[in-house]
Design a protein around this ligand. Structure first.
Ligand SMILES: *Cc1c(COP(=O)(O)O)cnc(C)c1O
Length: 416
């Protein structure tokens, strides 16, 4: 019989280790890579501890912190998964680029929604959630030492994925005076050396700001002139409040965007499917192809039954999104009215389920979030967690029902 670990197993002691015993002897620690050791510290550890302590004390904690829809996935999508899961042909390895039927459904949905023609064979790849594609993009597009522009405040994955690929993240400040859009004029004047790619995200997490097609056109023109790949995170294009004519655009609607652009879409926020892990990337065929090459070497694609359920999601998305817009609009009004009566300023939400509000004078965003939790049992996210330019703000998520949001707002009002 071969011993698994000669060093730790004493000769003659064949007894199994008692359950719960430590796996490794204390004292010796394995080597961990620099890229893991250098990860930025987790900023919310204190806040998480305070939240757990409050729950333990029996406080009725209302979490307006996490960006995860509270309502269930639409029934037809769940039914489609149940049917697809029973088909043995779906139990095998999927193709790495995704089922052609899923990619075709995705391309058709993009056609209906954005009026863009996407080739389902060469310009779409299925993703294990859009985060997966976003996190792998820098591996496909950057050489070590290349710069990538990452929005601040922003989704933390942009920065870490650039670091994992050996790239150099360069902060792209998103300021309120510019509508939380990057200032392309000043960027043109001082572009970092070897700048190869940039991330953008509209409707924007955490600020709730939207982008017009005019802005996307300026961005496409800028990126083509400078030879920069644009990675647009489109996770929230279906979470919006305007009239049908004001639906958030795709970056790929801009002229020439197909030469330098790739866009990451997700069913997570569109159809309340965050746990399912399904999304897709569309755009320039070389960029989509390069991302696909990374994926073939890392993962083996999305469970086909989930892709079949995704096809069902595209069929009901229009109707579902209209229904969700009504629900989110009502909740947004509750939060905005509540903030107004609490005397807290906030920014306009064009899309997403977030309200980006201003920290009252005299606190950092972290101090304020701790005070709110301590005094009211309401969890909000300090803006600093999204980058240095998030300081002075906090984020409220409206993924709670109207009664809970009203309760949270009346507690905030009492805080003063
Ligand atoms: C939720 C979210 C995503 C990703 O969601 P997936 O579930 O991985 O598709 C991507 N970007 C932003 C900004 C998000 O908030």
């Amino acid at each position: 019989m071969r011993r698994l670990s000669g060093r730790h197993a004493k000769a003659g002691s064949e007894k199994p280790r008692p359950a719960g015993s430590r796996l490794a002897a204390r004292g010796s620690r394995p080597n961990i890579s620099r890229r893991v050791l250098d990860l930025p510290p987790y900023l919310f550890a204190d806040l998480d501890r305070l939240k757990q302590a409050a729950i333990q004390k029996g406080v009725d904690v209302i979490s307006l912190g996490i960006g995860d829809p509270d309502l269930p996935t639409p029934a037809p999508v769940v039914e489609a998964l149940a049917r697809a899961a029973r088909k043995p042909e779906n139990h095998r390895y999927p193709s790495y680029e995704g089922l052609l039927s899923f990619r075709t459904a995705a391309a058709k949905w993009c056609g209906r929604r954005f009026g863009i023609a996407v080739n389902s064979e060469t310009e779409v790849v299925s993703l294990i959630g859009s985060k997966e594609g976003i996190a792998h993009a820098p591996l496909a597009f950057l050489n070590p030492g290349d710069a990538a522009l990452v929005p601040d405040p922003g989704y933390p994955v942009y920065r870490t994925s650039v670091l994992f690929a050996g790239g150099r993240p360069v902060t792209l400040p998103l300021l309120e005076k510019n509508g939380f859009k990057p200032d392309l004029g000043s960027l043109s004047r001082k572009l970092p050396a070897r700048c190869r790619m940039m991330f953008v995200n509209y409707p924007n997490n955490p600020t709730g700001a939207g982008a017009t097609l005019d802005f996307f056109q300026e961005l496409a023109d800028f990126a083509r002139r400078r030879g920069i790949i644009v990675c647009h995170d489109a996770a929230y294009t279906e979470v919006h409040f305007g009239e049908d004519s004001q639906h958030p655009p795709s970056f790929l609607q801009a002229e020439g965007a197909g030469e330098i652009g790739i866009e990451f879409h997700s069913l997570s926020k569109t159809c309340n499917m965050t746990g399912w892990r399904i999304g897709f990337a569309i755009g320039n065929r070389d960029l989509v192809g390069a991302l696909g090459k990374i994926k073939t070497n890392i993962d083996s694609g999305v469970f086909q039954a989930i892709q079949e359920a995704g096809i069902a999601a595209f069929q009901i998305a229009g109707e579902h999104v209209r229904m969700m817009s009504g629900i989110y609009a009502e909740r947004l009004a509750v939060v905005q009215d509540g903030l107004r009566s609490a005397g807290i300023e906030f920014c306009r939400t064009d899309g997403t389920f977030y309200v980006w509000a201003k920290v009252p004078k005299g606190h950092t965003s972290m101090e304020f979030a701790k005070k709110v939790l301590d005094r009211t049992g309401v969890v909000v996210t300090p803006g600093h967690g999204f980058g240095q330019f998030g300081e002075g703000y906090f984020r409220i998520t409206i993924t709670q029902d109207v009664a809970r949001l009203q309760e949270a707002m009346s507690r905030l009002k009492a805080l003063r």
